[in-house]
Design a protein around this ligand. Structure first.
Ligand SMILES: [Zn+2]
Ligand SMILES: [Zn+2]
Ligand SMILES: [Zn+2]
Length: 484
């Protein structure tokens, strides 16, 4: 929380002592203390699809504050702690379901080989790093101590803690290949795409089937997230699962011989083999051959039924939690995002954009036809244009399904409140079944009335309440854990 200015404090006191504080608190609680809720005016009517009978009507005018507040739904923790937690929880559940089943995903999915892989970026120059408390030594590939041509040392003997502002900073910014860095980041999604193709090719070879026949034997499912490192490059963390051939219901068991050990080897080989020759920025530029970094990690994941390699096993909850956490971070959320290195990266993007613009002009081609035509639009992401978390279609449930299930649950909860009846939560899987069998229509007319709370003081109060709710949940979980 930022230091409270007198102005902010006055706003908070005004809210806390206002006559309508209970109405405000009620509203804030309903949106889970979202920091920037969307305000809507309007009505909606629920109609029985078969008979046309009006089952209920709802008007925002009936809300305590006379307007409907809806969660902002922002993925990023820095934007809205509350909504980002919902997003992280949903991501956690969908990733977990793909590992051990549940949420409508059959438990048999846990029999199929599963690997957790981290694909890194290569080095573009020596940076200060942290190697489990050992000396920095700055990712030095050959470790030759000395002085660079700019008169700066090429080795660092410091031990950096994880709050150190030097982390990720180049030992010599003038030696660092900023253009190469930006170009790699721009093509990272293409490297990932090639990785999935290469993995399938290696898989066909390992299983001794022609590539064209591979889908009849196995299919590859994955969930991945991108994570920024201090040096401003992204890593991909991915869960990669080997299923049997494609079926209507999905999740066919993997055939014998398709083990986690085999998948691990295939993933490692494929990641090391991926290459992409990046197009040039302009005619003065050179072609760069892009690949993933050599720090590649792939290991099987243990479940109840998987016992491939006990030494390298990961627990599904760990992995799902790990991926969910990274899904709520973005470039600006990383420690000290305004550091000199990241500023230089943005300059490098500006330079590349300038060259691209000149090239466009010279060749008289439209912006979209230039491979770097849109780079400038992704400056705030340090040139990464991919999605932060993606999954293949049949990996598990979707975020949409989880959201719709929650909306259905809240609707039932509201009905139960209104009618004074106890809520039959029933089977969550029932709620997760998609809308196909819904028999009611909701017809509404809504007008956007703005977003955010009335004052910054209100927003701070909501955030503080969200933080308290989180502490309370952690305390309860801890207590439950001790009582076991
Ligand atoms: Zn929110
Ligand atoms: Zn260092
Ligand atoms: Zn230098």
């Amino acid at each position: 929380m930022p230091a409270l200015t007198p102005h902010l404090e006055a706003q908070m006191v005004a809210r806390l002592t206002a006559k309508d504080f209970p109405a405000w608190a009620d509203t804030a609680a309903k949106v889970g203390h979202c920091a920037h809720p969307v305000r809507l005016h309007g009505t909606s009517t629920t109609i029985d699809a078969a008979t046309g009978e009006v089952l209920s009507t709802y008007s925002s005018a009936d809300e305590p504050l006379g307007v409907l507040h809806v969660r902002c739904g922002n993925r990023r923790e820095s934007a809205c702690p509350s909504c980002s937690r919902v997003y992280a929880a949903d991501t956690f559940h969908l990733i977990r379901a793909g590992v051990i089943g549940g949420k409508g995903v059959p438990e048999d999915v846990a029999d199929n080989p599963l690997v957790f892989a981290t694909l890194t970026a290569p080095t573009f120059g020596l940076v200060h790093g942290r190697r489990n408390g050992r000396k920095c030594r700055a990712f030095t590939p050959k470790g030759i101590p000395g002085i660079c041509e700019h008169g700066r040392p090429t080795v660092c003997h410091a031990v950096h803690d994880d709050q150190d502002r030097l982390l990720g900073q180049p030992l010599c910014p003038d030696c660092y290949d900023y253009t190469g860095h930006v170009i790699w980041q721009w093509w990272a999604p293409e490297l990932w795409r090639r990785f999935t193709i290469t993995t399938r090719r290696h898989l066909a070879k390992a299983l001794g089937v022609p590539q064209s026949r591979l889908p009849n034997v196995v299919t590859l499912q994955y969930a991945k997230v991108a994570e920024y490192q201090h040096r401003g490059l992204i890593h991909f963390h991915a869960l990669i699962r080997l299923d049997g051939p494609k079926t209507d219901t999905g999740f066919a068991p993997a055939p014998g011989g398709a083990t986690a050990a085999l998948l691990t080897r295939v993933v490692e080989d494929a990641a090391a083999a991926v290459r992409f020759d990046a197009p040039r920025l302009d005619e003065d530029d050179r072609v760069r051959r892009l690949r993933f970094g050599t720090q590649l990690d792939a290991r099987p994941i243990a479940t109840r039924r998987r016992t491939d390699d006990p030494d390298r096993e990961l627990v599904p909850e760990q992995v799902a939690g790990y991926l969910a956490k990274y899904a709520t971070k973005s470039a600006s959320d990383t420690l000290d995002a305004d550091n000199p290195h990241w500023q230089r990266l943005r300059h490098a993007i500006d330079d590349a954009t300038e060259r691209t613009d000149a090239d466009l002009h010279r060749r008289r081609i439209p912006r979209l036809e230039h491979p770097y035509g849109l780079l400038g639009k992704w400056r705030h992401m340090l040139g990464f244009r991919g999605h932060f978390s993606t999954k293949s279609r049949r990996y598990s449930v979707t975020l949409g399904q989880l959201r719709r299930a929650r909306a259905r649950f809240q609707r039932r909860l509201a009905h139960a409140h209104r009618d004074g009846t106890p809520l039959d939560v029933g089977d969550l899987n029932d709620l997760l079944r998609d809308d196909a069998d819904e028999t009611t229509l909701v017809v509404g007319q809504w007008v956007y009335a703005g977003s955010g709370w009335d004052t910054d003081g209100d927003a701070e109060l909501a955030k503080a309440a969200a933080a308290r709710a989180r502490e309370y949940a952690a305390w309860r979980a801890e207590k439950k854990h001790h009582n076991r």
